[in-house]
Write a protein that binds this ligand. Structure first.
Ligand SMILES: Nc1nc2c(c(=O)[nH]1)N[C@H]1C(S)=C(S)[C@@H](COP(=O)(O)OP(=O)(O)OC[C@H]3O[C@@H](n4cnc5c(=O)[nH]c(N)nc54)[C@H](O)[C@@H]3O)O[C@H]1N2
Ligand SMILES: Nc1nc2c(c(=O)[nH]1)N[C@H]1C(S)=C(S)[C@@H](COP(=O)(O)OP(=O)(O)OC[C@H]3O[C@@H](n4cnc5c(=O)[nH]c(N)nc54)[C@H](O)[C@@H]3O)O[C@H]1N2
Ligand code: SF4
Ligand SMILES: [Mo]
Length: 675
């Protein structure tokens, strides 16, 4: 038995340092590394079961070639040589006939390693194909809004929460998606800090907090502006900080805040006036307030405005300047590395872009040339993209040559012409840097790949070689690529780190020191954003009702709330039977009043329907949500549900900033499942 120090590569802000116990080529146990201060010796409930992910009987063992209709999942095993030959022969023919823009590489984040994630994109960059505008299904909206306000820079260090006296989880279910931050917040609570959760769901985090404000979906900007209104009214602003570190407060004060008096805010948010007052007073009087921003509040039409309105608050009280104060959305932008070595080895600077969430539209409607060849890795768009009916119609095109690289036969893989078996992170070497913490670590593989599985890095390199690409990175080992990632960098937190030290595979802190830095054009917190004004967007944070509501709500009375699963993360743990069962059959949650109105009872099968389609789920009746809301946790594959999957009901409309997904601008009705 030996122990290997590895890094968790799942799409999660914590990026835990893990210890894999290995016996005779098999992982037998996984635990958190006690030597990494944020991981602090524990892994989450999902990763505690990753032994079953690596050794799942459902893993793909060999490459496969399709024999049945697209989507049916009928395949025969083939060799790697046959698969790679066929793929590259088809790609070469497509490029010869239609040019490289007829190919699309569609790879995302299920492996967070900088090489395994980046080099697949690097392959398509070098080939000069159409490229993916990645992440619009996830964080481009909140990121664009943050960047417009603070600039491309990470937020507060999660470990600084030890010094906070007020911690607000704003649209973040920390016990589900950020458990190591939650653990630190609980430690701070023992020293007297208060924890407040602002969330339309009475999540586990909300239940465990000192105070939960169960606001209406999409009311965040109004609530934040209401707080700002009261801070100004009650003399709780840090005027010196505002003058020195922010731009545009005067205009906010004159043009926006007068419209956000507590009574109106309470009505918009669906909470008591006294609650708005109390929250503002707590916030204004805290010595070091820490807002953990979630992405949840941004997955709707005006998501960008919501994030901006909340992100200016620590500028009004000066919290951004204090240890333990400020806000945290993401941290990755602070980590400066030579990413282009991997992501953009060669190839044209500009090309045709395909929005991640509009894969369906791209496959069905793009012309001159149409997309003829598609390579999907570490992504399951046939379940996780909005408007999956459209995605599936696109994937079903007979003239589309699709390759899917995945450890499992995902719903998306069932539409592939060729399926390639992927290794999971415990079978790969890579360099990691967290997106919700300030650590970097090299993680070697714990075991050899199961069956004939190959890593993203190996597949990108093998395809590049056969396509005749000469970039050196396609011939390098993982340690050699680490050196490239550090070449010529100048960022304050990474410069001076010795790549040889990195390869020793211990956690390296890359936390910024001192008060929050702003990387906006003005170098200050931009309450007023000139850049947004130039894009024709409101330059000041503001709140308006969701325009989709006016169209949809008259026909469909319930609003969708989408939230993470506690034992699933999108579809990444679908292959672990224990976790599937622990999460339970895919379900929705209705408030008792809404259930009674419809004669529906707990545990029965129900039909969720709107103009885009209908799906079937189990019903849970609970006060976890407000009346008027239907909560659907996670995105589960069709075969686990009564019928269908939630993204059949969501449109591929964009958010106000960052062209992101608007899952929660979805209205629907719930009725009994026809027996
Ligand atoms: N309705 C609704 N939809 C949503 C969301 C929501 O809140 N509501 N959230 C959105 C968000 S935040 C995101 S990030 C997306 C996530 O959506 P996806 O990016 O599609 O993520 P997963 O479902 O985790 O799918 C990842 C796939 O990668 C595979 N995989 C795992 N490891 C590896 C590897 O090392 N190599 C390769 N090649 N494959 C691997 C897994 O088996 C799985 O099939 O979903 C979005 N969809
Ligand atoms: N267990 C688990 N962990 C995960 C994931 C998972 O699916 N499961 N996904 C991973 C990925 S890819 C990502 S991007 C992160 C995302 O993690 P987070 O940033 O935490 O974002 P979300 O998961 O989208 O939503 C979090 C919370 O937002 C709330 N919310 C929804 N709408 C609103 C609103 O209008 N206002 C307010 N205030 N709150 C709202 C939801 O009820 C939910 O509790 O988590 C990662 N970690
Ligand atoms: S909390 Fe996140 S990073 Fe840590 S083990 Fe779980 S999935 Fe991995
Ligand atoms: Mo995400």
């Amino acid at each position: 038995m030996n122990q290997v120090k590895v890094v968790c590569a799942h799409d999660c802000p914590d990026m835990c340092s893990l210890i894999a116990h290995v016996d005779q080529g098999r992982v037998v146990k996984i635990e958190g590394d006690p030597d990494q201060p944020l991981t602090a010796g524990f892994a989450c409930a999902k990763v505690n079961r990753d032994v079953e992910l690596v050794h799942s009987p459902e893993r793909l063992a060999t490459p496969l070639r399709r024999t049945g209709p697209k989507g049916a999942g009928k395949f025969v095993p083939i060799t790697w040589n046959a698969a790679l030959d066929e793929i590259t022969a088809r790609w070469k023919a497509i490029i010869a006939e239609s040019g490289p823009l007829a190919l699309l590489g569609y790879a995302y984040s299920a492996h967070q390693g900088l090489m395994n994630r980046g080099l697949v994109n690097g392959l398509f960059h070098a080939l000069g194909t159409s490229r993916l505008m990645g992440g619009t299904v996830c964080d481009t909206c909140c990121e664009a809004a943050w960047d417009a306000t603070l600039g491309p820079i990470g937020g507060a260090d999660p470990e600084a929460v030890a010094q906070s006296d007020l911690i607000i989880g704003w649209g973040a279910d920390l016990m589900a998606t950020n458990v190591h931050f939650w653990a630190k917040a609980e430690e701070a609570r023992k020293k007297g800090a208060k924890i407040v959760v602002i969330d339309p769901r009475r999540s586990r985090t909300a239940q465990a907090a000192d105070w939960h404000l169960q606001i209406k979906i999409g009311a965040d900007a109004a609530l934040a502006l209401g707080i700002a209104h009261i801070l100004e009214r009650d003399g709780l602003l840090d005027r010196a900080y505002i003058a020195a570190q922010t731009v545009g407060f005067d205009r906010l004060s004159a043009e926006v805040l007068p419209r956000f008096a507590p009574a109106r805010v309470a009505e918009i948010a669906g909470i008591a006036v006294a609650d708005v007052e109390q929250l503002a007073a707590m916030y204004g009087k805290a010595k070091a307030s820490f807002i953990r921003l979630g992405e949840g509040m941004t997955r709707l039409t005006h998501g960008g405005q919501a994030l901006r309105a909340v992100a200016i608050l620590p500028g009004l009280t000066g919290a951004y300047g204090k240890p333990g104060g400020g806000a945290l959305l993401l941290t990755a932008a602070t980590c400066d590395l030579n990413y282009n070595a991997v992501r953009k080895p060669s190839g044209p600077a500009a090309t045709r872009m395909v929005n991640h969430l509009r894969l369906g539209e791209a496959l069905l409607e793009m012309r001159d040339p149409p997309i003829r060849g598609l390579f999907i890795a570490a992504n399951n768009p046939a379940v996780t993209c909005p408007d999956v009916h459209k995605v599936r119609r696109g994937l079903a095109r007979e003239d589309l040559f699709t390759v899917v690289h995945d450890p499992f036969l995902s719903v998306t893989a069932r539409y592939a012409d060729i399926v390639l078996p992927a290794s999971v992170y415990l079978e790969t070497d890579d360099l990691y840097r967290a997106y919700g913490a300030y650590y970097m670590q090299y993680g070697p593989r714990a075991v050899a790949p199961q069956g004939e599985a190959r890593s993203n890095l190996q597949v990108a390199q093998a395809l590049a070689k056969r396509m005749g690409l000469g970039d050196a990175v396609f011939g390098m080992s993982a340690p050699e690529i680490v050196r490239e990632l550090f070449r010529g960098i100048s960022g304050a937190t990474t410069v001076g780190i010795d790549p040889a030290e990195v390869l020793r595979a211990t956690p390296i802190s890359i936390a910024p020191k001192g008060p929050q830095e702003f990387r906006t054009p003005s170098g200050k917190l931009e309450i007023y954003s000139d850049a947004l004004a130039k894009q024709g967007l409101p330059p000041l944070p503001d709140w308006e009702p969701d325009p989709v509501e006016a169209e949809e709500a008259p026909r469909w009375p319930l609003r969708l709330l989408t939230a993470p699963g506690y034992f699933q993360a999108h579809t990444a743990f679908t292959g672990v039977k224990f976790l599937r069962e622990r999460e339970g059959a895919p379900f929705c949650v209705l408030h008792p009043e809404d259930a009674a109105k419809r004669n529906l009872t707990d545990g029965q099968k129900v039909r969720l329907e709107n103009g885009r389609g209908a799906i079937g789920l189990k019903l849970k009746v609970s006060g976890e949500v407000r009346p008027g809301v239907v909560l659907v946790p996670g995105q589960r594959p069709d075969d686990e549900a009564v019928d269908g999957t939630i993204n059949m009901l969501c449109s591929d409309r964009f958010t106000d900033m960052g062209e992101g997904a608007t899952y929660q601008s979805t209205w629907l009705e719930v009725t009994a499942w026809p027996s």
